[in-house]
Design a protein around this ligand. Structure first.
Ligand SMILES: Cc1cc2nc3c(=O)[nH]c(=O)nc-3n(C[C@H](O)[C@H](O)[C@H](O)COP(=O)(O)O)c2cc1C
Length: 219
């Protein structure tokens, strides 16, 4: 089959597009409004962009009423956010924070998760999350779209502090992803989590390329 995404003529019960870029990592984004109210919400249109220095992006669609979401407003107004890595164990708490609460509702409380202070930014980290990235807003790219939700803001942030719980660093000095079981988004209402991993190194690659792919700083 094939279909034109503008015509949406796939003939299937649900749009298949969001089932294609999968699995998507989920950024559980904590922000603070300019008057100091905490906000927490999941975003799976999320990725790292580069590593030296590290930058990330998240794409925030408008609400069903056609206005910007709280996360977007808070980042635009304060210039700061934190990305918390959600795990399989945290899945129900994460899901509760996707409710479209009015601005000012503290989703840390709604989800029953603990606030941990950050070092370089004001928004709190989720204590229960094994890894968190403190970010400074770099730029917003607004993409026009159809309907109330189609238009989105692609937020680019520079990572200025990285927190990793000691207990998820294995004896080999690597993050033990299988132990963490990061939660990831599939299409429809489906999710997965990472339960296995395997190693594969590029053959005959020069040392600099391998260092870059591994994500280390160029010395
Ligand atoms: C797993 C998951 C991933 C989501 N990813 C996105 C996303 O990438 N972009 C988006 O605009 N909304 C996404 N949402 C919906 C938002 O989390 C939801 O609209 C939330 O109410 C926004 O909260 P806020 O207004 O406090 O930012 C996602 C929801 C879930 C459950």
């Amino acid at each position: 089959m094939n279909y034109d995404p503008v015509l949406d003529n796939h003939g299937l019960p649900m749009g298949p597009f969001k089932s294609i870029s999968v699995p998507r990592p989920i950024a559980w984004v904590s922000t603070m409004s300019k008057d100091g109210k905490s906000n927490l919400a999941p975003y799976s249109q999320y990725m790292n962009l580069t590593f030296d220095p590290p930058y990330v992006m998240l794409s925030i669609n408008q609400t069903t009423e056609g206005v910007r979401k709280d996360t977007c407003n808070n980042i635009e107004q304060t210039g700061e956010f934190v990305i918390n890595m959600p795990t399989y164990e945290l899945r129900e708490a994460l899901n509760r924070t996707a409710t479209q609460f009015p601005p000012g509702v503290d989703e840390f409380i709604e989800a029953g998760v603990t606030k941990a202070p950050s070092i370089k930014v004001k928004p709190y980290r989720v204590e229960e999350s094994p890894i968190q990235l403190e970010c400074i807003h770099h730029q917003t790219l607004r993409l026009p779209g159809a309907g109330a939700q189609g238009t989105c803001d692609v937020i680019i942030g520079k990572v200025v502090m990285i927190h990793i719980k000691d207990e998820v660093i294995g004896e080999n000095g690597q993050i033990d992803i299988v132990k963490i079981r990061p939660l990831a988004r599939l299409g429809y209402w489906n999710y997965t989590s990472v339960t296995d991993s395997f190693e594969m190194v590029i053959p005959n690659a020069n040392k600099e390329l391998l260092v870059g792919l591994q994500g280390a700083k160029q010395k």
